[in-house]
Design a protein around this ligand. Structure first.
Ligand code: F6R
Length: 608
């Protein structure tokens, strides 16, 4: 996720910016840059790659003298990682310079308008639009220009802005992307996260949506979008740097679980336009979508599990025959890919060796390949014919949570798009589904806030040897993901079973006290699941049931029930995964496991 730092004061800005950016490295980035006003003009240095390069290019900041500046680490969203796409971005004469964290959803529309007014764009970023838009509205009053631009932008942003003809001021503004400000001993700082400024101040003010800050060497003033002054109070932060990186959470995994409402919203919001779904990024017309006769989904690990969910949704909702396959198997079995087959590869990192090889195999057979990828500019994103990005931001914990949740959203959007194009979904039905989709972030948050209840439950199972996850249909898909989460971070053996399959062998493993986690979200399968739960309970299992509130038999059938809020039956995986993630997390924490870096695992598996 992009990181922002800004400084104005009596010290040299560049070394402070570089130091602050280094403290944000943990957020992940692919390029970095800084801009400093040197007494005459705003000078910028930016580069793809690690901060080390920026440090070398500026001799640790020495070659950029000046006491006001802004810096940025970029995690690519619009446009691949490159020197040109790196921030800061500027207007035509370089007198307005901007760093940005977030996504400007209507940037294409704004860009077109600005191009019509002869503005020339050099990068592929959405951020450059902001610099030109500020230029368009600037008439000598920065605050006025910023408020006008705020009214034109849709999406999320935290901005640091320098105006060359106001060199004693630093501006910042935010909407839906984090931003903090702090008064240091000799000036003021902005940052997207606490670690960047901890060395300089521990008194921090959290910027709220729609607030603008004007900073000088002496202090700062807050304004609302109507340019009226706002009173703010600072809070004292006593976290150490490590705790600050995790935003006060004990682990990155927990932090990322809490980022799921945002990851989910960021993945659907930019694509919901005029009451429909806009996935023009795929470069596929409705006619081309209609030519898709079969879908083959290929991925590894959790991404594969998202693909298993996709099979149920694409077949059930869009009536497209779908096969989901492990990339490591697909590539060696000489797959038959007939005309009309769309191959979708799903990957958080975009670098997984088996998934990449599967993509190449599919392309060599003439299939069109769609990549559902989180890391912009990654190998899979570059080599796929079409790319649909999940906007989860960088994931640090090895066990995926928010990227997986964002993958589910991408799948829902695609399936609804196909179903609507095929005339299976009416406009009204689509609107109803989109209404449910929009509720997911709040519902996920509600479930996350239930964490103490799950923690208490988890603490009873720290000594478990085997755990079984069972479900039917789409709930089987989520059981697979729940089981993987548990085993990878807690080292407890677990298996996912299609509930109806248990009695064909595995039920012999159930004994007194075995924990069985059952998921039952599909009304038409409630009764069948109750029978399966009874089967294991009579053999001594202790059953945790994750189900909907209208499942009236739940309390009688299971030992412990977690209820999910109501949503569309195709979206239940997005909710059911939350208690399962929390369960794995708290079991692993209770056992003292290294939650963020489980043994033997790597975040990106670039070997076969
Ligand atoms: C599990 C997990 C892995 C990945 C798998 C694929 O928590 O993170 O199973 O899902 O290694 O990785 P990507 O999505 O990067 O291709």
């Amino acid at each position: 996720m992009c990181g922002i730092v800004g400084y104005i004061g009596k010290s040299q800005a560049a070394p402070i910016l570089l130091d602050g950016l280094a403290k944000l490295e943990y957020r992940g980035y692919d390029s970095a840059g800084i801009a400093v006003y040197d007494g005459q003009e705003i000078r910028k240095v930016k580069s793809r790659g690690r901060l080390k390069i920026l440090n070398e290019l500026t001799h640790g900041g020495e070659t950029l003298p000046g006491t006001v500046g802004i810096g940025h680490t970029r995690w690519a969203t619009h446009g691949s990682p490159s020197d040109i796409n790196a921030h800061p971005h500027h207007n035509k004469d370089g007198s307005i310079v901007v760093v940005h964290n977030g996504i400007i959803e209507n940037y294409l529309k704004l860009k077109k308008k600005l191009e019509g007014k002869n503005y020339k764009f050099v990068s592929e970023t959405d951020t450059e639009v902001i610099a030109h838009l500020l230029d368009e509205y600037y008439q000598g009053n920065p605050l006025q220009a910023i408020t006008k631009v705020m009214h034109r932008m849709e999406g999320s942003y935290a901005l640091g802005i320098l105006f060359g003809d106001h060199p004693d001021e630093l501006y910042a503004v935010r909407k839906d992307s984090p931003l903090i400000v702090g008064k240091t001993e000799d000036g003021c700082m902005i940052a997207s996260d606490v670690p960047a400024i901890l060395r300089y101040t521990r008194d921090v003010t959290f910027v709220e949506n729609g607030e603008i800050i004007r900073m000088t060497k002496e202090g700062m003033e807050f304004f609302n979008a109507d340019q009226e002054p706002v009173e703010k109070i600072s809070v004292h932060i006593d976290w150490d740097v490590k705790a600050a990186e995790k935003g006060g959470f004990e682990h990155f995994m927990l932090k990322e679980m809490y980022e799921q409402p945002r990851a989910v919203a960021d993945t659907f919001s930019p694509r919901l336009k005029e009451g429909g779904i806009d996935i023009g990024e795929l470069g596929m017309s409705t006619e081309e979508l209609l030519k898709v006769k079969k879908l083959v989904i290929v991925a590894c690990g959790s991404a594969y599990h998202a693909g298993v969910t996709a099979k149920y949704i694409f077949e059930g909702l869009a009536r497209i025959p779908t096969e989901t396959e492990l990339a490591s198997e697909f590539r060696y079995r000489n797959p038959i890919l007939e005309e009309g087959t769309l191959v979708a590869v799903i990957s958080q990192s975009g670098e997984t060796a088996d998934t990449l090889a599967a993509l190449r195999e599919a392309k060599s057979k003439g299939a069109r390949v769609l990549g559902i990828v989180n890391a912009v500019g990654s190998s899979i994103a570059r080599e796929a014919d079409s790319v649909m990005y999940t906007w989860a931001g960088p994931e640090i914990a090895v066990a995926t949570t928010k990227a997986y949740s964002a993958q589910l959203i991408a799948i829902y959007l695609l399936a609804m798009k196909f179903a609507f194009a095929k005339g299976i979904l009416t406009g009204e039905e689509l609107a109803g589904m989109l209404g449910d989709l929009k509720k997911l972030p709040v519902q996920i948050e509600m479930l996350l806030n239930n964490r103490e209840k799950i923690q208490r439950f988890a603490n009873r199972y720290l000594a478990a040897r085997d755990v079984y996850f069972i479900g039917r249909g789409i709930d089987y898909a989520i059981s697979m993901e729940g089981s993987l989460k548990l085993k990878e971070i807690s080292y407890i053996h677990s298996e996912a079973y299609a509930a109806g399959e248990l009695k064909h062998g595995t039920i012999s493993l159930i004994e007194e006290g075995t924990l069985v986690a059952a998921v039952s979200t599909q009304k038409e399968l409630y009764r069948k699941m109750i029978s399966n739960i009874t089967e294991v309970r009579t053999r001594g299992a202790f059953v945790l049931l994750v189900t909907n509130e209208d499942n009236t038999e739940a309390e009688k059938a299971a030992d412990y029930v977690i209820y999910l809020p109501e949503t569309n039956p195709y979206f239940t995986n997005s909710l059911a995964i939350i208690p399962l993630q929390l369960l794995s997390y708290y079991v692993a924490v209770g056992k003292g496991c290294d939650v963020d870096k489980p043994r033997n695992l790597a975040k990106s598996v670039t070997v076969e």
